[in-house]
Unconditional design. Structure first.
Length: 455
């Protein structure tokens, strides 16, 4: 089907060893030409890598993996040579001369996917594993790569498939007065599927936070210390801080890695009735940012507003589905510091809301905030349940959820079984997109372009 591709599998630059990898139908001939003969399958064999005229380009180990027992499912040859960029390039040029072409980013993994070695979610997990910025993210990626995510998607799809088959059988035998929709077992099975979906969504949402990073929006009244908190988290003066309320007008984004945990932190304009059009636009942007956040840090000036009235007034206007942590800032100005704060002596925390007390000025309490954010991401437990997942997976799962809700509604109102079957079918299709049951070239292009060359 395909060309034979070549790329360095190790990163560019100097190193102990560099690995050049070849995959495709012409691999055996290319191997013979460059090595003299093919090494026995899967045995590391010392060899000289030769130019056309017989001169030695480099020497090292050669490994041959005949199809289909290789990473890509094709014939693969790995040449392990000395880790010098000039040697690597000379070797690649020699392999190009023998008929290979340079691989595109992710092309080895794309071939593994096309040859059925991995499904799409697993292929994406390969990239997540390579990009993992923390142990927890790496563990989540490994679990997805091993197929746990895909397995759970497929199990769910099977359950829905069986349900649909039963509903459709009911349609076919409608003459015989079997009222499928009245059957309690259908409802129970649908509920069971919905419960499995809910668990899968939790695990993958957590995985996405670990790999793509949690988006945290800092919001609150003017002058509460939002920009000071951003600067403290970023470790540099990203935002302008002044004593004047209304200093921040626009959104400010910082990408921060907190103990290996990726965070996208957004500073926003203080929420109040705007003084002018610029501020009004800033506040509109602040609200839009909050709606797209994984968590809102609502900053309170603990000295000026110990009862968090600013939050309580604003509460009804915050996006209802986004969790909030109320951050009492400026505790250096209050009598009780974070450490000395007895729960009973603290300001009454708004009921049911997580609170953290800190001083953006002195840095006190920042570690508590970090621990809190890590706990929110499931980072503390090493993300033991997390499955690395992408935004596109979550979006598909959300659609599955919507179809199951529709299906449950149809079951409850005993509407036409055809409608119920259709919802189940659409739910299954959305699940299929995750593992790549029928994925478009455009989607594949987008996914694999994000890989490094040589993977
Ligand atoms: N004492 C003390 N002052 C602080 C603390 N955090 C911020 N400030 C001061 O509070 C004032 C406002 O801080 P900013 O960070 O600009 O507040 P903001 O919430 O971004 O304000 P706007 O952008 O106007 O909405 C500045 O004078 C800061 O130095 C703190 O923890 N302790
Ligand atoms: Mg500000």
């Amino acid at each position: 089907m395909s060309d034979t591709i070549v790329a360095a599998a190790t990163p560019p630059g100097r190193g102990g060893i560099a690995i050049v990898r070849v995959s495709g139908p012409a691999t055996p001939q290319i191997g013979v030409s460059v090595l003299g003969k093919l090494p026995p399958p899967r045995f590391a064999t010392a060899a000289k890598f030769r130019a056309a005229a017989g001169a030695v380009i480099d020497d090292g180990l050669a490994l041959y993996f005949p199809a289909p027992h290789s990473y890509t499912g094709e014939h693969v040859l790995e040449l392990h040579g000395h880790g010098g960029p000039v040697l690597v390039e000379a070797l690649i040029r020699r392999l190009l001369e023998l008929g290979a072409r340079r691989a595109q980013p992710g092309e080895f993994t794309q071939r593994a996917y096309l040859n059925g070695k991995l499904d799409l979610a697993q292929a994406e997990a390969v990239a997540d594993l390579i990009d993992a910025a923390s142990d927890a993210a790496a563990r989540a990626a490994r679990r997805s790569l091993e197929g746990e995510f895909s397995r759970r998607v497929l199990v769910l799809s099977e359950i829905l498939g069986e349900l649909r088959a039963d509903v459709e059988a009911g349609i076919d035998f409608a003459d015989e007065q079997i009222d499928v929709l009245s059957e309690d077992s259908l409802r129970v099975r649908l509920e069971e599927a919905a419960a499995q979906l809910a668990a899968l969504r939790v695990a993958s949402r957590q995985g996405r936070l670990l790999t793509e990073g949690m988006t945290v929006v800092i919001a609150g009244r003017p002058n509460a210390g939002k920009s000071s908190l951003l600067n403290r988290l970023a470790g540099h003066d990203a935002a302008i801080v002044t004593t004047m309320p209304g200093t921040t007008r626009d959104l400010l984004r910082e990408r921060i890695v907190l103990d290996g945990m990726p965070l996208h932190v957004l500073d926003t304009a203080g929420l109040r009735s705007a003084g002018d059009d610029i501020e009004a636009e800033g506040i509109r942007r602040a609200r839009a940012a909050m709606a797209g956040a994984d968590r809102i840090l609502f900053v309170i000036d603990a000295a000026a507003d110990p009862a968090a009235a600013g939050y309580l007034e604003e509460r009804a206007l915050l996006p209802p589905e986004v969790p909030v942590t109320v951050v009492f800032n400026k505790i250096d100005l209050t009598a009780s510091s974070a450490a000395a704060c007895e729960p009973a002596a603290c300001e009454p925390a708004p009921a049911g809301i997580a609170t953290v007390r800190l001083s953006a000025l002195t840095g006190e309490g920042l570690d508590t905030l970090a621990t809190h954010l890590k706990a929110c991401m499931g980072f503390e437990h090493g993300g033991t349940d997390a499955l690395s997942a992408r935004a596109r997976h979550l979006e598909a799962l959300t659609r599955v959820d919507a179809h199951l809700l529709q299906a449950a509604g149809q079951l409850a109102t005993r509407s036409a079984p055809e409608l119920l079957a259709e919802e189940l079918k659409r739910a299954q299709q959305a699940l299929g997109e995750i593992v790549g049951a029928d994925s478009s070239d455009e989607l594949l292009g987008r996914i694999f372009a994000r890989f490094c060359i040589g993977k």
